[in-house]
Design a protein around this ligand. Structure first.
Ligand SMILES: Nc1ncnc2c1ncn2[C@@H]1O[C@H](COP(=O)(O)OP(=O)(O)OP(=O)(O)O)[C@@H](O)[C@H]1O
Ligand SMILES: Nc1ccn([C@H]2C[C@H](O)[C@@H](COP(=O)(O)O)O2)c(=O)n1
Ligand SMILES: [Mg+2]
Length: 213
């Protein structure tokens, strides 16, 4: 409870930065793609070259499990089952992380995962994404990568992986299609090497480099 109050204070305090609201200055790119398509891997390279803050919704939720917070057990269960955690939890975590970062350029990885995520983020933050970076990869390749990832994730087992694939097709692809209808999707063939994928990603971020002019 005390933590929630403190986090709200951070958000309210930071409503204006240099006379501009955070919403007016923040640049957000949603990074989407199936489980194992390489979102986290590519985000790490984008951060290195373009100074974005990388916020993985999955990582924030996993951190919450270990924080002793009241939602921890619920989140753990949802992740083990490959299900999507209620938006009010995830949006709050993202919002807090954005304000705390002090940055104004964000890669939001693995979010929005469904229509509820999308609508809640837009309603609560008022932020419209610059574009959606979509890593398109066949399931067989994603499955191979996830089974070889070896990071001790409770959801990197074949049973949960199959559930996550189904949730991606049923709930996440419609969100990508929604943004596509608005002309906001930048689709990348993610079935190639990490370097080849990044070579396609890089030009999309050049406009976000700060110039001295
Ligand atoms: N282009 C690639 N070629 C081969 N392996 C890759 C490629 N990109 C990432 N990987 C590997 O695949 C695994 C999954 O990558 P990563 O964690 O970036 O995927 P993700 O989309 O973030 O997955 P999740 O949705 O489960 O978090 C990692 O072990 C990573 O090293
Ligand atoms: N918007 C989100 C993002 C993630 N989760 C949960 C459910 C996912 O299977 C899990 C792992 O996410 P990943 O690290 O693969 O991006 O986290 C969610 O509920 N809502
Ligand atoms: Mg990831």
């Amino acid at each position: 409870m005390a933590t929630a109050v403190a986090e709200n204070a951070v958000i309210e305090q930071d409503a204006l930065v240099n006379g501009k609201s955070f919403v007016q200055t923040a640049k957000v790119i949603f990074v989407l793609g199936g489980p194992g398509s390489g979102k986290g891997t590519q985000c790490a390279s984008i951060v290195e070259h373009f100074g974005f803050t990388h916020l993985s919704a999955g990582d924030l939720l996993r951190a919450e499990i270990n924080s002793g917070n009241e939602n921890g057990l619920m989140i753990q269960h949802m992740i083990k089952e490959g299900k999507i955690v209620p938006s009010e939890v995830t949006v709050k975590l993202l919002q807090t992380a954005m304000y705390k970062s002090g940055n104004d350029k964000f890669l939001i990885d693995g979010f929005p995962r469904n229509e509820e995520n999308r609508a809640a983020f837009e309603l609560v933050t008022g932020i419209t994404p610059e574009f959606i970076l979509f890593f398109d990869c066949p399931e067989e390749e994603m499955e191979r990568r996830l089974l070889g990832r070896n990071q001790g994730r409770v959801d990197d087992n074949i049973e949960t992986i199959r559930k996550r694939f189904k949730v991606f097709v049923d709930s996440s692809l419609p969100v990508i299609n929604h943004y596509d209808s608005l002309g906001k999707v930048r689709k990348i063939d993610a079935a190639r090497s990490k370097e080849e994928v990044f070579a396609c990603v890089q030009p999309l971020f050049v406009p976000f480099l700060k110039t001295n002019a």
